[in-house]
Design a protein around this ligand. Structure first.
Ligand code: ADP
Ligand code: MG
Length: 646
């Protein structure tokens, strides 16, 4: 009996995804079963766990399993589990909407996805498990009852814009998903999902490691020799067959497991569709005994930088699933790592609070971190192309570790790579930079900013370009933070070229420059003094520059001061900072600077000179990609000046 029947609309993004599923010819339709079995397995894990923690929950957990049921006449396939089930609200939330964050991003990508390859990638990236049923079915019914509840829920959809939802009685606890298989596949034995042989093959291939039994009833005909020489007796018997071996892959050694098995297991634990880039099996014996099977994905999930992003390591204790997203096992900057850790000596009812204090968990985390980092390092040394793929996807996250994980800082620096003025094609490691350093060069120079182009055109770059000295170009937001807190690599100080004084001259050049500079400073003393007064609101010092060749002026920080971008980041995050003033450096060879000196010497009381000073300062701010305090005023002053010059 159904009551409370409702027709509802799919959320817009969910509808588009469904559409994608139905119309794109995904190269491998068989994977729908992997997704449904994976969900069923999760549901069984959750039930076992909940019954463990909630003693009042009246459920039978003695025979948790997954059934595949086929009706050849109706051409249906049902995947049934006696797991946790879903309440009516959960069905609406989990199945009717995309429970995942980042729907804006998804919407944008859906618009862009034109061809099959692009949509295949989308399916992969957003890992839309349940909806993959619509690759093979034109109607899907889900009947479910949550453990502990009396009534069940029936959900049904033809994959169009709506679904119906109803409350139903007499439903077994757990979830049954019934697929009405598409008629167009009926005659193609490749897609005959009612055939036991086909189902057996798919389960073996994609879901063999699932810990719960996946069962199917198989009809067999038995022929017994007849008595008395008459006709032999043919008898049909129904047998229950378990299709999967259920072996925990992490408990086996690497050579016993094929890459394909690892791959499918990765897709199950990571809820992903891509291939793992690296497979990392680990085993520790002795005081802290554990096994781990970790994966580095080949593709970053779209929500890697969103707050809701969950960590990807599951905790098992003695083969029993304990929790998803065990954050205690992996530092945040390795949150893209997926997999399983099975600890032998923890209690089965361990809680998050206990985990946070647990010495053993901390030891495991240290080991896992080291192992992941050494895997990346090996990748860098052994397979530069794969390393590049990795770094393009996850480098921005790994660099967070330069700030948070001081213990592994050296290793992290060694396995990082950066854009540099050396090449527009490929990035460089710090070790490679050091190897290319000029004789007498002691520092590793870098510049932070928003884009490569902005940095390359920055006035700070001029002297470095003129001397052919390499500069690292750091354009990720995280670079601002780590670069100012990491003092050195391999004994070589890291130095921002936008800070402090620059001195790129050789000893001989220095002597000549020194004499020259003393003279210049005398010549410019009046101008410098006057400018400091005129621009007092913005800057704390004016001096002659040795880093400029073509620009009239630039702004630099003290050696240990914050960069303006970092200052903006702190302010944006609500931190109160004292106002920071930086230093204006002038190019004594530039006509604007010499002209201003002459003008000031001749008519120091001319009020328009102060405006020119302000414009000079403003252009220096703009040239480094900075923001003006009062852009409208700057624009007005500039327009007036231009008008007068015509
Ligand atoms: P994912 O598994 O990556 O979360 P899916 O689209 O496969 O995404 O499933 C969406 C959600 O629906 C699951 O997270 C789960 O909460 C719920 N769900 C799906 N199938 C089942 C099931 N058999 N039993 C209980 N809940 C389920
Ligand atoms: Mg799923």
């Amino acid at each position: 009996m159904s009551t409370n029947v409702e027709q509802r609309e799919f959320q817009a993004e969910a509808r588009q995804l469904l559409d994608l599923m139905i119309h794109s010819i995904y190269s491998n339709k068989d994977t729908f079963l992997r997704e449904l079995v994976s969900n069923a397995s999760d549901a069984l894990d959750k039930l076992r766990l909940e019954s463990f923690h909630d003693k009042d929950l009246q459920v039978d957990t003695s025979d948790l399993h997954i059934d595949l049921e086929v009706d050849t006449d109706k051409r249906t396939l049902t995947v049934r589990d006696n797991g946790i089930g879903m309440s009516r609200d959960e069905v609406i939330d989990l199945i009717g909407t995309l429970a995942k964050s980042g729907t804006g991003e998804l919407r944008r990508k859906l618009k862009e996805a034109k061809d099959a390859a692009a949509s295949e990638e989308l399916i992969g990236q957003f890992g839309i498990g349940f909806y993959s049923a619509f690759m093979v079915a034109d109607n899907v019914t889900l009947v479910t009852r949550r453990a502990g509840e009396d009534t069940g829920t029936r959900w049904e959809s033809g994959g169009e814009s709506t679904y119906t939802i109803a409350t139903v009685e007499d439903v077994p606890q757990g979830t049954a998903v019934t697929l009405h298989l598409k008629p167009e596949d009926a005659d193609d034995h490749l897609f005959d999902y009612t055939s036991p042989a086909k189902l057996r093959e798919i389960v073996k291939k994609y879901s063999d490691f699932i810990a719960w039994p996946i069962r199917m009833e198989i009809e067999r005909t038995k022929t017994a020799p007849a008595e008395d020489g008459g006709e032999p007796i043919v008898e049909t018997v129904v047998e229950t067959e378990t299709l999967n071996s259920g072996k925990a892959l992490w408990a086996r050694s690497r050579d016993e497991v094929s890459d394909d098995e690892y791959k499918e297991f990765y897709r199950h634990v990571a809820h992903a569709w891509d291939d793992p880039l690296e497979i990392i099996p680990m085993k520790a014996e002795g005081t802290f005994e554990y096994q781990a099977l970790l994966f580095i994905p080949s593709q970053a999930p779209f929500d890697l930088f969103q707050r809701e992003h969950r960590s990807g390591v599951q905790l098992y204790v003695k083969r029993v699933f304990i929790m998803d997203d065990c954050e205690e096992l992996m530092p945040e900057y390795l949150r893209f790592v997926k997999g399983v850790v099975d600890a032998q000596d923890l209690s089965l009812n361990v809680s998050r609070e206990i985990l946070q204090q647990d010495r053993q968990i901390r030891a495991i985390r240290r080991r896992l971190t080291k192992k992941v980092l050494s895997t990346i390092k090996d990748l860098l040394a052994g397979d530069r192309d794969r390393y590049r793929t990795f770094w393009a996807e996850f480098g921005r996250v790994v660099k967070e570790g330069l700030i948070s994980d001081t213990d592994n800082r050296e290793t992290l620096l060694a396995l990082s790579s950066f854009d540099s003025t050396e090449s527009t094609e490929s990035q460089t490691t710090l070790a490679e930079y050091v190897e290319r350093m000029k004789v007498g060069q002691e520092d590793i120079f870098y510049l932070t900013g928003e884009s490569r182009q902005q940095l390359e055109n920055s006035p700070h770059m001029e002297a470095f370009r003129a001397k052919g000295i390499e500069v690292l170009l750091l354009t990720d937001p995280v670079d601002e933070v780590w670069a100012s807190s990491v003092p050195e690599f391999d004994g070589k100080p890291l130095r921002s070229i936008a800070k402090g004084e620059v001195d790129l001259d050789s000893e001989d050049e220095k002597k000549a420059a020194e004499a020259d500079r003393e003279e210049k400073e005398k010549d410019f003393a009046d101008l410098l003094g006057w400018l400091k007064g005129a621009l007092d609101e913005h800057i704390k010092e004016v001096r002659l520059s040795s880093r400029l060749t073509t620009s009239p002026a630039c702004i630099v920080g003290d050696t240990f001061s914050m960069s303006p971008a970092l200052e903006r980041m702190y302010r944006a995050s609500g931190q109160a900072l004292p106002p920071m003033k930086r230093i204006l450096e002038l190019n004594p060879g530039h006509p604007l600077v010499t002209g201003l000196r002459t003008a000031h010497a001749q008519r120091s009381d001319d009020p328009t000179l102060a405006e020119t000073a302000e414009l000079l300062y403003g252009t220096a701010v703009l040239a480094e990609g900075g923001e003006l305090d009062d852009p409208a005023r700057f624009a007005r002053l500039l327009a007036d000046k231009l008008a007068r010059s015509l």
